[in-house]
Design a protein around this ligand. Structure first.
Ligand code: SB7
Ligand code: NI
Length: 181
């Protein structure tokens, strides 16, 4: 299983690289890696397992964060009525809202061992094209936390960290195109 020892930290250049597209259909190894990434997220959200293995809770993970510079991400977000459970190859935002959003509490990252205060502007809604674990092309329409998480993960594939988006002059300035503006 993956543990925090497998998580690449800030300063490692792989986090700043543009990850390689995965050739479809994915290999057995690529599929197994993606399944392990998903398993890490599920384990990290289980209090007992997280405590035992000292895992930081995560709702998403990108392959570069485990040292693999390939376009693969996992998102696992249990909601009241449904679970947003995505294991994706080559995810791409094909359209997005003009409206932006941000998390009140800012964002964190498993690869960043410090708090970085500030609002991270994100598209409020995104349409994402990707290939699922079976190599089948799919389209997702997301809003809310799943939309924010998938943008955070796709950024990792392009070498972008969440704090790159924070306003340098005023980290807590309400981003443009947010409904409250
Ligand atoms: C807050 C946290 C995440 C995404 C969006 C908002 C995920 C944190 C875990 N990761 O570092 C995944 O890249
Ligand atoms: Ni991250």
């Amino acid at each position: 299983m993956l543990t925090m020892d497998d998580i690449v930290r800030e300063g490692n250049p792989i986090l700043r690289a543009v990850a390689q597209e995965v050739v479809m259909p994915p290999t057995h190894e690529e599929k197994e890696t993606l399944k392990k990434m998903r398993e890490f997220l599920i384990n990290s959200q289980d209090d007992e397992i997280a405590e035992k293995y000292k895992l930081r809770a995560g709702i998403g993970l990108a392959a570069p964060q485990i040292g693999i510079s390939k376009r693969m991400i996992a998102v696992y977000i249990p909601e009241e009525d449904k679970i947003h459970d995505y294991t994706l190859f080559n995810p791409k935002i094909i359209s997005h809202s003009v409206e932006n959003t941000y998390l009140e509490g800012g964002e964190g990252c498993l690869s960043v061992d410090r708090e970085v205060p500030g609002y991270v502007p994100r598209h409020a809604r995104v349409k994402v094209k990707a290939y699922n674990i079976d190599g089948k092309e799919i389209t997702l329409k997301l809003k809310g936390l799943p939309a924010i998480a998938i943008q955070h993960e796709i950024d990792h594939l392009d070498g972008i960290m969440f704090y790159d988006h924070i306003n340098k002059e005023n980290p807590f300035a309400i981003p443009d195109h947010c409904p409250t503006n």
